[in-house]
Design a protein around this ligand. Structure first.
Ligand code: COA
Length: 304
């Protein structure tokens, strides 16, 4: 069954179904378009999006950013995408913004600069940070400067022990701009943010794990296996509960205690309205009545 059907019906009844949802309704397998700067592959509910400019260490050019925005918008409504993995081709995860194409070539093009800033900000923050399904950064190599934005926007980050991280902006005379200086505060403490922003020193995955910037540093040879194990675990969980949980954890960060309480009560109600498999009642029944599982130990059994 097309899992988008209820949302599509609701949007259609309001006359607001966007084109990509239409596409998902007609073609639930929704073949991914061919892109020049990124690669998109889906299997078993997991969609891997790979920044694919290995010769340029996956630096983000305006063209790459445009493709990422189009891609991520289509994946939001793609029923075959239950978990998104963000990867990098070749030696790097991403060497940050493209210093030539994103910066220098737009120095005398104010309109182009505004469009490029809007596009990169849209996909890396608004769309990725708020993506309605779990997201995992699979960091295979270099992660510099602007790449911290999508690193922190992802819900999880697993890195190869060979990966190298750096807030390198100071090394070429600028500040960690875009949104980097702001979002560092989500995952790094004040002292580490200051130290690495001001010195430009790079650090490895083990240090990134100690700081809490990533969940885990793993041997490079195990990166794929560890990331996919996490993705496969997430695919098996109730997607509506996952969506509500990530939205809740993110949204309450900037609320007062009273606002957070009110929001979480409302979000709980919204989840029970949206969750067509009724995970709440099913989970309690399997524990209390059927005694077939313990919620502290594992998820309830879902129908395929
Ligand atoms: N912008 C534009 N081009 C970049 C780039 C970037 N951020 N990062 C790498 N490249 C390009 C290089 O110019 C080079 O292009 P060329 O082959 O046409 O000369 C190619 O990618 C390979 O880079 P190179 O420096 O030779 O590779 P390396 O493996 O020795 O080093 C890095 C990799 C990531 C350490 C190094 O490229 C680097 O310091 N990049 C800039 C990182 C940075 O400060 N990013 C912050 C941007 S916000």
């Amino acid at each position: 069954m097309n899992r988008n059907a209820p949302a599509v019906a609701l949007l259609e009844s309001r006359g607001t179904a966007p084109a990509f949802i239409e596409q998902a309704r007609e073609d639930p397998t929704m073949k991914h378009p061919k892109y020049e700067n990124i690669k998109v592959e889906s299997s078993g509910g997991i969609t891997r999006v790979t920044l694919n400019r290995p010769d340029k260490r996956n630096a983000m050019s305006p063209a790459l950013d445009r493709e990422m925005l189009e891609c991520i918008l289509s994946l939001e409504g793609d029923p075959e995408t239950r978990v998104l993995v963000l990867a990098g081709a070749g030696e790097a995860w991403s060497a940050g913004m493209d210093l030539k194409l994103y910066f220098r070539e737009l120095d005398n093009d104010p309109t182009g600069r505004i469009k490029a800033e809007w596009t990169t900000h849209q996909w890396r923050w608004y769309r990725l940070y708020n993506f309605p399904k779990p997201t995992i950064a699979m960091v295979n190599g270099y992660c510099f400067g602007g790449a911290f934005t999508q690193l922190i926007a992802c819900d999880f980050a697993i890195a190869a022990d060979t990966a190298q991280f750096g807030l390198s902006e100071i090394n070429w005379g600028v500040i960690p701009g875009g949104l980097v200086s702001k979002v560092l505060g989500i995952c790094m403490n004040y002292r580490d943010s200051m130290y690495y922003s001001l010195t430009g020193h790079k650090f490895d995955a083990a240090q990134a794990e100690r700081m809490g910037l990533i969940n885990k540093s793993v041997p490079a040879a195990a990166l794929e296996k560890e990331t996919m194990a996490l993705a496969e675990h997430l695919v098996r969980l109730n997607p509506e509960a996952l969506r509500a949980t990530k939205q809740a954890v993110k949204a309450v960060r900037d609320m007062s205690v009273d606002q957070a309480h009110e929001y979480l009560m409302a979000k709980t109600g919204q989840l029970s309205f949206r969750d067509r498999e009724n995970g709440y009642a099913t989970g309690i029944k399997q524990f209390i009545d059927d005694k077939s599982y313990r919620p502290g130990m594992e998820p309830y059994s879902r129908k395929a």
